[in-house]
Design a protein around this ligand. Structure first.
Ligand code: UTP
Length: 291
């Protein structure tokens, strides 16, 4: 099963990190020196994705600008002989025609955002990547999923899973699991933010999915679920009744950059992974960390 297209839902309001997201998209928040959206774009490119579909909304124009060429900046860098900076910009630039933007006119939920991409995805399996969840690992989380998809065969859906502490399952989408095949589990039920003590496992659904296009038919009539939003998890529960669904336990550290604590932790983790920043940061941190 080849996965050519990835959908990036970026139309949410980002209320958990207000006021940062009042006038700026959450997906443009910076981890070290790159916006979140660039990390997931790079992750998708590494996984062999050829077409990048962004579901945007109001106030999200800077995401489009980020993936465009900025002639004035290029010209100024050129005139100043800033070759390294020019190379960095060129490296992060998508190929012409490889990016599409569509709009979710109201933030009705993740499931609705994915549905908004149906015409651009068409009738083929596709990936969904949530930009506010980063996984620090090489190969990236999506590359691991795409590899698993090759093994899983046609008409199979995959979700990325990672263990969370048992007392935190109520904060996540949780997956019930059946038989294990290597790194893959048969999915036996999914539940969005289960009440404390009711979770079927401690495997949380992370923001990377490989889905069959039949999900769009289900999303078209999906009713509002948790939080009054059209939930992707609810539609996946419907699809799992008709098609194979596997959970993939991926390698790497997951960072929820949509929360303030997660965002700060990600900045430290990604900076500490950088040879050019690690030593200086460790010194600086000593001033703030006692004991
Ligand atoms: P979140 O669940 O983090 O929601 O969305 P949110 O609205 O962005 O943030 P909070 O919870 O209010 O702080 C996960 C991803 O799905 C997108 C978001 O932009 C984010 O990338 N999303 C969410 C949409 O595109 N549309 C929606 O209606 C909801």
């Amino acid at each position: 099963m080849k996965i050519r297209k990835a959908v990036f839902p970026v139309a949410g309001l980002g209320t958990r990190v207000l006021p940062a997201t009042k006038a700026m998209p959450k997906e443009m928040l910076t981890i070290v020196d790159k916006p979140l959206i660039q990390y997931v774009f790079d992750e998708a490119r590494e996984a062999g994705i050829e077409h990048f579909i962004f579901v945007t909304g109001r106030n999200k124009g800077s995401i489009e600008d980020h993936f465009d060429r900025m002639y004035e900046l290029d010209a100024t860098l050129e005139a100043r002989g800033k070759k390294v900076e020019l190379e960095i910009l060129a490296h992060h630039q998508p190929q012409a025609g490889a990016v599409s933007f569509t709009r979710q006119q109201s933030p009705l939920g993740l499931g609705h955002a994915v549905w908004c991409a149906r015409e651009i995805v068409g009738d083929e399996p596709f990936a969904v990547v949530l930009p506010d969840e980063l996984v620090l690992h090489t190969p990236g989380c999506l590359a691991q999923m795409v590899e698993a998809a090759k093994e899983a065969g046609e008409k199979t859906n995959l979700i990325a899973l990672q263990e969370v502490p048992a007392d935190q399952t109520h904060l996540y989408g949780i997956c019930g699991v059946g038989k294990r095949h290597g790194k893959m589990f048969e999915v036996d039920g999914m539940v969005e933010k289960p009440a404390k003590g009711t979770a079927p496992s401690n495997l949380s659904i992370t923001g990377r999915y490989i889905l069959q296009p039949e999900i769009f038919d289900i999303l078209a009539t999906q009713e509002r679920g948790a939080g009054g939003e059209i939930q992707l998890t609810d539609a996946m529960i419907g699809l799992a009744k008709a098609q194979k669904f596997y959970g993939v336990e991926f390698a790497g550290e997951r960072h929820d950059c949509g929360s303030k604590a997660g965002f700060l932790r990600a900045n430290i983790a990604y900076a500490m992974a950088r040879p050019d920043l690690r030593d200086g940061l460790r010194e600086e941190m000593r001033k703030y960390v006692k004991g």
